[in-house]
Write a protein that binds this ligand. Structure first.
Ligand code: HEM
Length: 382
């Protein structure tokens, strides 16, 4: 009998066999750092990455840009989010729609992804299946400023200056509408496709929805309706005790992750692109992927949840505050919460991790000059 996981292996092998044709897609399968390729440069006047039925910065470009600057804003209690979103969307189009932007720098592969928190969703009299309210989890250092929020604005680009200039322009537009910045975080990832090394030196981002069908199924909210083309984003700043983790032997580090440090191959055997075999045991009857290994604990077979598209960035605010700006996109918040709960119950990596900022947002459907950001969504307002 052919099982679902057999089918997946066939897909994985056929993807590997078809690398040239699927270069962009297979990027998320590749665990070996690969040379950087320049981001796409939309021609003058073309909508480029910004406009469309879905926002950019989720699965477009397929290879995440090397830099990000994510900011979370609050709106005044009496604010009407509709005009704020329309203004924000027009600035996004201005910044990303042309080869050379009003910033005086090339737009290149700059993307800006906008999400709304629970309050604007409620004001629009809409509901997101499964909601946007994150429960309390273990190892959180909460501050009112860095928890929750009304608007997520994430700029990503190969050029870090472009993310900073774009963020400043977006902030000015939002502040003119009464919004105030609650927290922001810059992040980076090595150049190269697919999985790239994180601050612990491990390839990160190997196991992600990858084929168009997987991304469709796991990430994008289905239509018809005002949510079609949206997705649920979870953004968390996760401080890592990097020196504490690295003080362990390489073998212990690999047991904590469940994959080899050199190439990301599962401890259950096979190559970097093979899935974990959670049932594989040593001759002595011990699981080859240890029971508290992060990749086992987070594995969707173990959590019983759907799969999330992880598109995170490392950050470094100094030796005492460095880690992962965790960003995941999924259809349902439960995909994240069920996974996080399981990590809270035991995970040999999470012992070194503390959340210092957190929020869940609905990434609104795409927009363009004729259909302003949030138009179909905020129309639910009375
Ligand atoms: C500082 C925090 C974290 C670090 C450094 C980290 C690192 C990693 C690494 C190295 C892998 C194995 C390679 C891969 O498949 O990408 C992995 C897998 C994974 N992580 Fe994390 N992770 C962190 C936090 C989280 C959190 C908070 C979640 C979700 C709640 C999560 C969800 C996953 C998932 C779903 C997988 C794939 C598991 C599989 O199916 O094999 N991770 N992570």
């Amino acid at each position: 009998m052919t099982t679902q996981s057999d089918n997946r292996s066939v897909v994985r092998r056929s993807l590997l066999g078809a690398v040239p044709a699927l270069a962009a897609l297979s990027a998320c399968r590749s665990s070996r750092p690969t040379p950087a390729s320049p981001g796409p440069h939309p021609a003058e006047g073309q909508p480029g990455l910004a406009a469309g039925a879905r926002q950019a910065g989720v699965d477009r470009p397929a290879q995440p840009q090397t830099h990000t600057l994510a900011s979370v804003y609050g709106l005044p209690p009496d604010a009407d989010p509709a005009p704020v979103l329309a203004r924000l969307g027009s600035v996004v189009l201005e910044l990303t729609g042309k080869a050379r932007t009003a910033l005086g720098t090339e737009a290149g592969d700059l993307t800006v992804t906008v999400g709304v928190g629970p309050r604007p969703v409620a004001l629009a009299r809409r509901s997101v299946p499964g909601g946007l309210d994150l429960p309390a989890f273990a190892r959180e250092e909460r501050t009112a400023r860095a928890w929750g929020g009304d608007l997520l604005v994430q700029a990503c680009a190969s050029d870090p200056v472009a993310t900073v200039l774009a963020d400043a322009r977006l902030a000015a537009a939002l502040e003119a509408e009464g919004a105030s910045r609650r927290w922001s975080q810059a992040g980076f990832r090595p150049p190269g496709g697919g999985a790239v090394r994180n601050l612990l030196g491990f390839p990160d981002g190997i196991e992600n929805p990858c084929t168009p069908a997987e991304v469709e199924q796991e990430v994008w909210l289905p239509g018809p309706g005002p949510l079609a083309g949206g997705t649920v984003a979870v953004v968390r700043r996760l401080r890592i005790d990097v020196s504490g983790f690295l003080a362990q032997s390489d073998a212990r580090q690999e047991e904590a992750i469940g994959r080899r440090k050199a190439d990301g191959a599962p401890l259950s055997g096979g190559g970097p692109l093979d899935r974990l075999d959670l049932s594989a045991k040593s001759a002595r009857g011990r699981y080859l992927v240890p029971v508290m290994a992060h990749a086992r604990r987070a594995n969707p077979n173990a959590t019983g949840s759907g799969r999330m598209l992880r598109r995170g960035y490392s950050y470094h605010n100094g030796p005492e505050d460095q880690g992962l700006l965790f960003v995941s996109f999924q259809r349902r918040l439960r995909t994240f919460t069920a996974t996080q709960r399981r990590l809270d119950d035991g995970d040999d990596l999470m012992r070194f991790v503390t959340a210092t900022a957190s929020g869940a947002f609905l990434v609104l459907p795409g927009f363009d000059a004729k259909r302003p950001l949030g138009a179909g969504f905020m129309a639910g307002q009375s």
